[in-house]
Design a binder for this molecule. Structure first.
Ligand code: PMP
Length: 433
């Protein structure tokens, strides 16, 4: 396998300097600036299958897949065709189209717990809206979330959040009034006793528990056995809603997401990423009696100019239709490819005398630079982030683009095959030596 030895980033550097004149940090989302790993962020010109191409003509094997959506690889022809056809009919109407119910029907077929849903334009909106709905439905104010989980950048959800908040080492965010965050209770992940204690102290005050069923935003962390069902039982006992944030895991871990894999039925589910086939799209849905609390039927207000956008709906339909049609082939293939990559590189590290803790669930995984098990944010935070940064830069030089933070999950697509497995192992051999 040929692995690039060196690369120039002259053009990307120029583009970064230009971008910094107009955009804070030169970016529209903080982690893209590579502050946590160092080095220059390549500017992408195009992508195809498992590969990204930058402005200097470098080619990279992609392991972040637009942070999850690109499960079928980049520029997947049926998705491209669908978007092109839809675009020629008009980009947005602000009025209803048949495609909204078409995509909704596909989602409800895959997620039996989602009886009704509403489309939005991002995962942030999906989670923010689901929480408002849970508060409106229960008439309660408090929300329990978990340290290192990320549910978008709405004010109340930035408390002890993962993803870029963890990457930049900031405890939350300036600009969030204490009064806004005071109803958010952040507890350690994988600790049911902590949840029981809070419910016992505030039996009638907690509207909902929101959780990433498999954490991706502190790096990949699997739920302990019976953890999710435990959350289900406690919330049901106290009349609070359970919200599974499947923005990352939905359609990735299985057609029915983590809730199918772990056999747990939430009241509400949030979705994003894959559901829009790479276009801006999210959704929240669940029990019909809860969803009917939304305007225009009920008292909880929620809206969006571009919600249910026809291009996003079309890309989502093309993506989900393929996943449904080839379900076994897709998910079995992703499982075995990702296992060979995650465990293969872990083996390379062992041979090089480097301790990694490899966490993998289906096609999402993280190599933590730590020799201890990673089961929550506190254990993830013990990783050697300097070492991760060096590894990240060396892998980029070898043509492999990992997510630029220790606290993010890597993703594999159906476009990753034998050649790509060989390539990442070879790149890891060079980088870890
Ligand atoms: N929830 C989870 C689990 C996520 O991973 C993300 C994004 N990484 C979000 C919510 C927010 O989604 P968005 O960036 O589309 O607003």
């Amino acid at each position: 396998y040929t692995v690039a030895m060196s690369r120039t980033l002259t053009r990307s550097r120029q583009l970064q300097l230009r971008a910094e004149k107009f955009l804070p940090g030169g970016v529209d989302s903080p982690v893209r600036a590579f502050r946590a790993v160092g080095g220059d962020p390549p500017f992408v010109t195009h992508a195809d299958g498992a590969y990204l191409f930058d402005a200097d003509g470098n080619k990279y094997l992609d392991f972040f897949g637009s942070w999850g959506p690109m499960i079928l690889g980049h520029a997947f022809p049926p998705v491209v065709d669908a978007i092109q056809k839809a675009a020629s009919r008009g980009a947005s109407f602000g009025a209803s189209t048949a495609a909204e119910a078409d995509l909704a029907e596909l989602v409800t077929r895959c997620f039996p717990a989602v009886e009704k849903l509403r489309f939005v334009s991002s995962g942030t909106e999906a989670c923010m809206s689901a929480i408002r709905l849970a508060r409106g439905f229960t008439g309660r104010n408090f929300v329990i979330k978990f340290e290192g989980c990320y549910h978008g950048h709405s004010d109340a959800m930035l408390v002890k959040a993962g993803s870029g908040v963890a990457t930049l080492g900031i405890p939350g965010s300036a600009g969030v009034p204490a009064e806004t965050a005071m109803h958010t209770i952040a507890l350690p992940y994988n600790d049911l006793d902590a949840v029981r204690e809070v419910f016992a102290a505030r039996p009638d005050e907690i509207a909902c528990v929101i959780v990433e069923p498999v954490v991706g935003n502190a790096g990949t962390i699997a739920p302990a056995a019976e953890y999710l069902r435990g959350l289900r039982a406690i919330t049901a006992e106290y009349g609070a809603l359970l919200i599974l944030d499947e923005v990352m895991t939905g359609f990735r871990l299985s057609l029915g997401g983590a809730q199918q894999v772990y056999g747990v039925k939430p009241d509400l589910t949030t979705l994003g990423k894959i559901i829009g086939g790479g276009l801006p799209c999210g959704a929240f849905g669940g029990r019909a009696d809860v969803m009917e609390f939304l305007a225009p039927l009920g008292p909880v207000y929620q809206a969006g100019t571009l919600s249910g956008n026809p291009l996003a709906m079309t890309a989502g339909i093309a993506t989900l239709s393929h996943l449904i049609k080839y379900e076994e082939e897709v998910y079995n293939g992703l499982e075995s490819t990702t296992a060979r990559i995650a465990e293969g590189v872990a083996g390379v590290a062992r041979e090089a005398g480097i301790s990694l803790t490899t966490n993998r669930v289906g096609s999402m995984f993280t190599w933590f630079f730590s020799d201890k098990p990673v089961t929550d944010f506190a254990s993830a935070a013990k990783s050697d982030t300097e070492a991760f940064g060096r590894f990240h830069r060396a892998m980029l030089d070898a043509g492999v683009w990992l997510p630029p933070s220790q606290f993010e999950a890597a993703f594999v697509s159906t476009a990753h095959g034998e050649a790509e497995i060989g390539m990442v192992l070879e790149a890891a051999r060079r980088s870890l030596s």
